[in-house]
Design a protein around this ligand. Structure first.
Ligand code: ZN
Length: 62
């Protein structure tokens, strides 16, 4: 039996999917999302973005 809803989340459940740091869009079905990582206070910080536009916007606000 096929589950038609299983396509989008092969290794990422909707609850685990990140949201765009700028516009808040769910990135579960955005395969080319941008990820930025950096070190702050000795910990790895991660920010996800739906595209380069949101990433640039976040860059400018830092
Ligand atoms: Zn976005």
């Amino acid at each position: 039996m096929e589950d038609p809803t299983s396509d989008l989340a092969e290794d990422l459940s909707p609850e685990d999917a990140p949201n765009c740091r700028v516009c808040g869009a769910s990135l579960a079905d955005v395969p080319d999302r941008k990820v930025v990582t950096w070190i702050a206070d000795g910990e790895v910080q991660t920010a996800h973005f739906c595209d380069a536009t949101c990433r640039d916007e976040w860059d400018r606000s830092q």
